[in-house]
Design a protein around this ligand. Sequence first.
Ligand code: NAP
Length: 484
Amino acid sequence: MVSRVIPVDPFDLVIFGGTGDLARRKILPGLYRRFCAGQMPEDAAIIGAARSEMDDAGYRQMVADAIREFGGVPPGEDDQIARFLERIGYETVDATGTGGWAQLKGRMREGCVRAFYFSVGPSLFGAIAERLHSNGLATADSRIVVEKPFGHDLASARALNRTLAQHFDESQIYRIDHYLGKETVQNLMAVRFANVLFEPLWNAQYVDHIQITVAETVGVGGRGGYYDKSGAMRDMVQNHLMQLFCLIAMEPPAKFEPDSVRDEKLKVIRALEPVDPHHIVRGQYAATNGDPDYRDDVEDPRSTTESFIALKCHISNWRWAGTPFYLRTGKKLRARASEIAVVFKDAPHSIFGAEAGRHRNVLVIRLQPNEGMTLDVTIKEPGPGGMRLVDVPLDMSFADALGPDAQDVTDAYERLIMDVIRGNQTLFMRGDEVEAAWAWTDPLIEGWTARGDVPKPYDPGSAGPEDALMLMHRDGRRWREIRT
Ligand code: NAP
């Protein structure tokens, strides 16, 4: 298969926070890969902006180091990197001050796409939006890319939406959730809406339940200060898991266009039932072997913030009435693994008798590692000896059928940045979606805060607290194993 990479229009991309961790680990290496793939036009310009004093040459060196460290660059690409660096510049700009804005404006060209990536702490989002406007950098065609977290609760998300709306139209605001940039997440939509096979079964009549797992092996590490004010619910469920949940549960949009897709996602969030407190399990990693506990990592010996959460929720609509959705995410778990599993119901009658055991079709959408999809189907175990049944996974990633290009290594960030340049908001969250997600999560957080609930301890390297396993066992179901 020949890869069809279509170059995007000429652009000026300013990365506020261009010296930060996200820029160095994800954004800049991703842009380099798009350059190597031939997607970046000759006259693209990328300008880093932060408070640190640096000239273009200094920043180019930093970018080259970042590409080599995080870009998976094979040896011998020095010429390629040098050509990429010709597009890179740097301006010292204080987001909360007046310095550097005029110089930044001086670098921007007329007549090409302007994108401003806010890769800075969320407290600076409003200040940058305001200064882009007051310094005349924002044109009618400019776009801003806003990182997570988008607010801390409904009130702060609304306030941020209002602030951004003073300076930019909703069609110019790209709220990024990199989970939506993953190849399999988009493949999920293709599988659902480009085939007749799945959609007739995609409902409460045939689906027993759906599990969404986002498991990490790392602890809170150096992010303890931020994380302890946030916790797994705010940091992961309100955004990433909610987005996956919407795509799996939404009605077919009329078109694969931004507002068609986002309207359907919004309807899912609005149809979510409040969660019974007994269906929420919060956990905190607590080592028994002398390794640091969560509380050591966040330097608060009495912290009650959750590093793990599992919950069961329901959607009140015709499609999903009665089908439970189980969500879980946590840190310091057994393996780094993110997946969605659609577990179909048993066949209504088994002609093979009880000894054939229980067999169910399971569609697994694997986000990381090893992005791909499998469908477990039940077949006869080959060989003599009677009719024995076995479940085998059908690999739906089709890497073999489509050739090496099918194993696309495009990172979610680079895919999404190219969408920004193309002006395609389909894979970005709209303001009302984010607010609706907070409107659902806020009462749950307020509930456990008011009750004084304390998270259950769990061993690092485990699957979370015992109660999380019980959440499913009580319903006669079980979580899929967390494994890479
Ligand atoms: P970081 O490493 O702390 O970098 C922050 C950047 O902002 C630096 O370049 C810093 O440079 C710049 N900055 C700080 N104050 C500034 C000011 N007043 N004016 C201009 N620039 C300023 O943070 P990060 O980890 O890259 O995260 C950036 C954003 O992405 C955050 O919103 C974070 O929540 C989000 N995010 C990060 C990750 C990740 O993996 N890192 C993942 C998801 C989301 P100077 O100090 O030189 O000004």
